[in-house]
Design a protein around this ligand. Structure first.
Ligand SMILES: C[C@H](N)C(=O)N[C@H](CCC(=O)O)C(=O)O
Ligand SMILES: [Mg+2]
Length: 366
């Protein structure tokens, strides 16, 4: 099987309500999609989310990275796909979102070539997973209303975004816990918005107030390993690293220096499934719990991450929720949501049949 055509397209999906974190506010998913076609008639998809405040990757830089990868891999044979996956990673430094999109498309293609769903290619398992959903950081009353709505929709785990104001954050978390009761799991994500002192102060208030929180994600700046470790060493709640872990070298540092209790793996940070497998295996071999995360991205990337994790036992939280936030789903096939359960397709590869609303920006063919 040979890659004979590569297209790059924009995909914008409006959200039901704005997505607001300590790092950004947006009203759309802004994906760049790569479409691979082969001499055997297969069509495969990969996607990258533009999140400059987290990855540094803008839509323009993702398109640039994908053009470079397209130039390199147009005409490539899929016979040695392991080599292609490895070469994506060494073809350019950084640009992890562009690499992730290409890596996802290659995985889709390989599984399609074998005639099996990607989740079976990656390890099998049951083709469904329960996901959490995220409450954007807003006024307390709005966050409580969102929490009630999400519980009524069937979600059993809520992720509360905080990090804009430590004094208000404690009220946000306590009010949501009071509103939803003790049967609902709650995690919090400060998206780097606290310093070590505020983080430990909030955690102490939650613990002493018996406010049950399953874990705290990325309390301090991504680069501030010393304070992430300080919080972890002095916290009675588990601390997960998100923006502090992109690739396997970050994971190695976090694990070997006991900097965090768990790792949030995202394809846009790792540069795709190939590298995410390495992070997962490293963490699992050291008994470090993992979380499956995502950026605000389309159901294409969610299908890829879901395919990777359904067979993997060391995934303790599944944050693949942008599908709950979009007004309409332009991706036909792939994953579907029923209540809080994300179900994967049994069709080959990612199972995506068609994507509505793609705006092509470049095409190269043999
Ligand atoms: C969308 C997901 N629930 C989430 O919260 N991911 C964020 C970052 C997403 C973004 O800003 O696009 C996270 O875990 O920090
Ligand atoms: Mg996070």
């Amino acid at each position: 099987m040979q890659i004979t055509e590569i297209s790059i397209a924009k995909l914008q999906i409006p959200l039901i309500r704005p997505f607001i974190t300590a790092l950004r506010r947006t009203e759309h998913v802004e994906d760049i999609v790569v479409i691979l076609k082969t001499d055997t008639g297969h069509i495969a998809y990969g996607s990258a989310a533009s999140t400059p405040v987290i990855t540094g990757d803008s839509q323009e830089s993702i398109i640039g990275g994908l053009q470079l990868l397209a130039n390199k891999f147009l005409g490539a044979s899929l016979d040695n796909y392991e080599n292609i996956l490895r070469e994506i990673n060494i073809s350019l430094v950084n640009n992890n979102s562009a690499k992730a999109a290409f890596d996802i498309a290659i995985h889709d293609l390989v599984a399609k070539g074998m005639g099996i769903p990607l989740y079976k290619f990656l390890g099998g398992g049951k083709p469904e997973v329960k996901i959490l959903t995220t409450i954007s950081v807003k006024d307390v009353s709005e966050m409580v209303a969102d929490a009630r709505l999400f519980i009524s929709q069937g979600f059993e785990t809520l992720k509360i975004k905080v990090g804009l104001n430590p004094d208000e954050d404690i009220i946000r978390i306590k009010s949501i816990r009071d509103a939803v009761g003790d049967s609902i799991n709650i995690v919090t994500d400060a998206n780097q918005g606290w310093d070590a002192k505020s983080a430990l102060n909030i955690i102490e208030q939650l613990v002493s107030g018996k406010v049950n929180i399953a874990m705290v994600e990325q309390p301090v700046k991504a680069w501030d390993y010393a304070n992430l470790k300080y919080v972890r060493d002095n916290s009675k709640l588990p601390i997960y690293a998100d923006e502090s872990v992109f690739g396997i070298r970050d994971a190695l540092k976090i694990i070997s220096e006991n900097i965090a209790d768990g790792i949030n793996i995202k394809l846009m940070k790792s540069a795709g499934i190939y590298a995410a497998r390495g992070i997962y295996d490293l963490a699992t071999s050291h008994n470090i719990p993992c979380m499956a995360g995502c950026m605000l991205e389309s159901p294409i990337g969610l299908a890829a991450m879901a395919s990777f994790i359904v067979s993997r036992a060391n995934i303790h939280f599944v944050d693949l929720d942008p599908i709950t936030m979009i007004k309409t789903n332009p991706v036909i096939g792939g994953v579907i949501l029923n209540g809080a359960t994300l179900s994967l397709s049994e069709s080959p590869g990612l199972g995506i049949e068609h994507i509505d609303g793609l705006q092509t920006v470049a095409t190269r063919a043999l």
